[in-house]
Design a protein around this ligand. Structure first.
Ligand code: GLU
Length: 366
């Protein structure tokens, strides 16, 4: 069983092929994505979508059956298709009372620190407003010819995941995951459920090339997973048409291929898990359940404080989890069980009722 207990922010990438049925954009599928993303958010996850499909939708609108390769034509198709794509998403999410926002990117935006920070602020604001940002490349202005293209949305999704500090990238595609051989050409190919590190050998075994209107292939997906991994983000590559796929991935079902992450997140959690606790915070059941669902530990749920420790110390929560506490033991004693507003009155305006955030929390059974 996989565990995504430490995940808070998820980037979901949806490929052109998975969005289409025959020659048409499958709006029923987009509706179902609305339902599924709403489901993830109800479980407490922040979700950013990266979607392809603008060029494909534009091409269909113009009645073009063949893959569009001409640069100007791709730009035109993207400009035509992007609003159609957003319209489909808007309707799908509206059914669940969720507002969506369009974010169009060029690689220049991410490469320039000022514009990147600006973008990051905009996305953080959208997320704090409970809006789902829907990202695509700004294909009508960014082209490889002027060096501002991401190349494909696989890469774009990995960059978005890493720049936004997402802990999980879910790539919905039209293949079940990574196979040891190309399943479309060879019999007996086996699905690889878990890849800890993407080695050159694994990259070699992956078949390349996208099809129809999409640009990615398995190779670009592996590259994307490697990019995400370097930023501490795990990737799950999975067939987007699996029933309730997002929920099944997030609850740890063994579908698709999960790619491990390097360093950052893992190291921090390992450090936290291995640290000797300097005290103990006793919380009620509600608070324990809340932090299991990756919410912050709040003072309101505290029933007792054991030991003397400074702020920043690692302490136990009951016997279930370890956290890095924002407040020292005396402060915790003073505000245990109080509401957040009262905390400011007792400790001062710079204090909120947050004792530990999800990224500073690890469950010992996780
Ligand atoms: N940004 C392109 C589109 O929306 C898709 C690129 C890709 O498939 O990787 O049509």
């Amino acid at each position: 069983m996989r565990s995504f207990d430490t995940v808070r922010r998820v980037v979901v990438k949806i490929g052109t092929n998975v969005l289409s049925r025959g020659d048409e954009m499958d709006t029923d599928y987009i509706d179902d994505i609305g339902r599924q993303v709403h489901g993830l958010r109800s479980r407490g996850y922040e979700v950013v979508l990266v979607t392809s499909g603008a060029i494909g939708m534009g091409a269909r609108e113009l009645g073009l059956a063949e893959k569009v390769t001409n640069v100007q034509m791709r730009q035109a198709c993207a400009a035509i298709g992007q609003p159609l794509l957003m319209h489909a998403y808007k309707q799908a999410f509206q059914a669940h009372g969720v507002t969506v926002a369009q974010v169009l990117l060029t690689s220049e935006v991410l490469n320039n620190r000022r514009s990147y920070l600006n973008l990051r602020n905009a996305i953080e604001s959208l997320l704090s407003l409970a809006v789902v940002p829907i990202v695509n490349e700004n294909d009508s202005v960014s082209t490889a010819e002027i060096g501002s293209s991401f190349g494909d949305n696989d890469r774009l999704s990995a960059l978005v995941a890493s720049k936004l500090d997402a802990e999980l990238l879910i790539m919905l595609t039209d293949i079940e995951g990574l196979y040891d051989r190309d399943p479309r050409r060879e019999d007996g190919a086996r699905l690889i459920s878990e890849v800890e590190t993407i080695t050159p050998e694994i990259e070699r075994s992956a078949a390349g090339a996208g099809s129809a209107h999409a640009t990615g292939g398995m190779r670009t997906k592996l590259k994307a997973a490697r990019l995400a991994a370097a930023a501490g983000c795990r990737t799950v590559l999975v067939h987007g048409r699996e029933q309730s796929v997002l929920e099944r991935v997030i609850t740890g079902e063994t579908i698709g291929t999960v790619f491990g992450a390097q360093a950052r997140m893992k190291n921090r959690l390992r450090w936290l898990r291995n640290s000797e606790p300097q005290g103990r915070i006793v919380v009620d059941d509600g608070a324990l359940q809340a932090i299991r669902r990756r919410n912050s530990l709040l003072v309101s749920g505290i029933r007792g404080v054991e030991g003397v420790f400074p702020s920043g110390a690692v302490v136990m929560v009951n016997d279930a989890a370890k956290v890095v506490t924002n407040l020292d033991s005396a402060q915790l004693q003073a505000v245990a069980g109080k509401k957040s507003g009262e905390v400011r009155q007792i400790l001062g305006v710079e204090y909120s009722g947050i004792v530990a955030r999800p990224e500073d929390t690890v469950f010992l059974d996780a």
